[in-house]
Design a protein around this ligand. Structure first.
Ligand code: MLT
Length: 411
């Protein structure tokens, strides 16, 4: 008999979104007449834009010729995409990155889950709470935590509550940890960190010789150009931060899969004996061993996001979702809900009505309005009493969902 990884036994429940799917399916089977509107998982609904489709078609045709065929690509990604990322996502905002500091991948979920492999099992962690579950669960699986307590917090992780009192943006802790996970615009709360908030974290990380894992998968939804999109817009961040960005939400790639992680060469970690080691080199080694790159056709599609047409077309998609977010925010706030976010993120974070628990709110919304959202407590104990509504759906469905929620909850 093979000995199993018993750390998996510490995981508290199934992964959040499959559990939502299970409850939704059970409801749909029991009520086949119900037209369910899904505003739960943040999954895009608009089709791929023409610029991306054309680039992918052309790449398929190219692969069908003897001269154009490609096998394994360069480890970290083709130059045409890496250079477009450097130019548009970084240089345009005053950040200089070297090409080999960018690692293309098939998704930020994978990258944010895999990154913990380059840290020691004894590394100490901090997360904001509520939090994207991947950061926590992957560290539990790796044996870096103790058991969960009654509130659902795992031993060995420092939870930083994101509450109404701190505008869902916790400041750095007093305590030192090795690795802190940050996400801005935040999933699930939709809160966005301004320059000052981010600078406080960078200063803290530098003082404490800590590493920040900065997840910027939703950066395209930031509406105010003065807000930072990359942590490297803050001076000194290249010595203390890893950054993740994705094409999933910004260009409708959730089913296509393309993202990237930046690990600057200036970023160092420490061995138990005190020797300084390049985290860039460890991640490069990890990726070379476990990953064979993003398909050529998809990299061509991602590069088209940066063409003039691609930028315009994807900006229109983002604007469409943000208009949805604005409608949800206004519609539910008019109806008396306490509503947060939805201004720089495709998520609305609301207080559950009538003091309902997050999961009770989920069940009631499903039963009374046939609308699926995401219970805040599924993202961590401080999410209890909150609920997340995603703006990723058609205008028609979003408007219908707002009307139904208002009716179901009496206004
Ligand atoms: C979410 O709904 O939180 C996201 O879709 C999850 C993800 O991007 O993996």
């Amino acid at each position: 008999m093979a000995v199993v990884n018993e750390h998996y036994g510490k995981l508290q429940a199934g992964y959040l979104f499959p559990e939502i799917g299970r409850r939704t399916r059970a409801f749909a089977e029991a009520h086949p007449e119900a037209k369910i509107i899904r505003l739960g998982i943040g999954d895009v609904t608009l089709p791929l834009c023409p610029a991306v489709r054309e680039a992918m078609h052309a790449a398929v045709d190219e692969m069908g010729t003897a001269e154009g065929f490609k096998g394994y690509g360069p480890d970290q990604g083709y130059d045409f995409l890496v250079d477009a990322i450097r130019e548009h996502d970084y240089k345009a905002r005053g950040v200089a990155l070297e090409a080999d500091e960018i690692f293309l991948s098939d998704g930020s979920k994978q990258d944010s889950g895999n990154i913990q492999e380059i840290f020691g099992t004894a590394a100490t962690l901090a997360v904001t709470d509520p939090v994207y579950p991947v950061y926590v669960d992957t560290n539990v699986m790796a044996g870096r935590t103790g058991e969960a307590d009654e509130s659902g917090r795992y031993g060995g992780i420092l939870y930083l509550p994101a509450t109404e009192a701190n505008a869902f943006t916790p400041p750095p802790p007093e305590t030192r940890v090795d690795v802190a996970y940050l996400c801005s615009p935040n999933n699930p709360t939709g809160a966005v960190m301004d320059r000052e908030a981010l600078a406080a974290w960078v200063a803290w990380a530098r003082e404490n010789d800590a590493v920040l894992v900065f997840d910027a998968a939703y950066d395209a939804f930031i509406q105010d150009d003065a807000l930072p999109r990359s942590i490297y817009e803050i001076e000194g961040a290249a010595e203390c931060a890893i950054e993740m960005r994705s094409f999933s939400k910004r260009a409708g790639f959730t089913g296509v899969r393309c993202a990237y992680t930046v690990v600057p060469k200036a970023l160092m970690g420490t061995t138990a004996a005190g020797e300084r080691v390049s985290l860039h080199d460890l991640w490069a080694r990890r990726q070379a061993t476990k990953f064979n790159g993003v398909p050529y056709v998809i990299q061509r599609g991602a590069a088209a996001v940066f063409s003039p047409e691609g930028r315009k077309q994807t900006a229109e998609q983002v604007a469409y979702y943000m208009r949805n977010a604005g409608l949800v925010r206004a519609g539910l706030s008019d109806a008396g809900f306490t509503v947060y976010a939805g201004e720089h993120a495709p998520y609305i974070w609301l207080k559950t009505p009538d003091g309902l628990s997050s999961w009770d709110c989920f069940d009631q919304l499903l039963e009374r309005a046939h609308v699926v959202g995401t219970p805040g407590s599924g993202f961590g104990p401080s999410g209890e009493g909150f609920f997340r509504i995603s703006a990723f759906n058609s205008r028609e469905n979003v408007e219908e969902a707002i009307a139904r929620i208002r009716k179901a909850f009496g206004s």
